[in-house]
Design a protein around this ligand. Sequence first.
Ligand code: MF3
Ligand code: CO
Ligand code: CO
Length: 297
Amino acid sequence: MMLKNDAIKVGRNDPCPCGSGKKYKRCCLNSKTPKPVNLEKLYQQKYDIRLKHPKDVEGIRAAGCLVVETLDLMEKNVRVGITTDELNTIAHEFAVKNNAVPAPLNYRGFPKSICTSINEVICHGIPENRALNDGDIINVDITLIYKNYYADASKTYFVGTPGPEAQKIVSVAAESLKAAMKMLVPGNTIGDIGWAIQSVAEGEKCSVVREFVGHGVGFDFHESPHVPHYGRKGDGVVLVPGMVFTVEPMINLGKADLFVASDNWTAITCDRKLSAQFEQTYLITEDGFESLTPFDL
Ligand code: MF3
Ligand code: CO
Ligand code: CO
């Protein structure tokens, strides 16, 4: 892959881009025969980012396939009257039947296998004995561990017939993720992703949640780097092949401000207006990206 000129700025005291682990000034800075850049070591040392090898990608892709199948199953079951607990049971049983483990269950004390976030709930809603109503929107977020690999994706669904506000926020959330995908090319930066999302969302007079970000994923649930859904073009880590991370913009119809409910999980818009989200797990390839949790937006 080609890095833009000076795409990776190396300071005298930074780890040397050759991956030796020594400081740049004590290694290749003054060397007449610089060693080739070892991106894997450099990204590990400089950013704590673990680039994925083809066999890892295969594993994450397999986990992602099950995640997408679970989302499809959710789509079939989302209807007026079903409870979020029932959706949780359906997703949990599907995972177990397929030798996968739902990553949220017991994660930092999270009590269920999926997140179900209705209307003004931004994310991390806990499934409960609450029935869906006509006109609700619900985000279902699925993370599975399959053969030790993690994949993470979510979709927002309409319950019954959506009103105009529901249609608007779901469409802006989907469009913002589509805009982000256009940025997923080696040489672009993490900041380009956030910039694209923010441009779409704010261009539609919606707002971008700041408190939760996308994240590296694959060997673990949440890895480096953070992937903010706002930002400036050219800021942040340069995308390189082998990076695997989620992009998962949470877009609010009103203001971006949120609070977390007394259950310590459920994040809710302060103005109680609608919030929507789509999430996928992406691999940066030599010439662009591949979704490891592919579905149409
Ligand atoms: N799946 C969420 C994410 O996209 C994280 C959920 S954490 C949980 O990162 F504990 F609530 F499951
Ligand atoms: Co995620
Ligand atoms: Co998720």
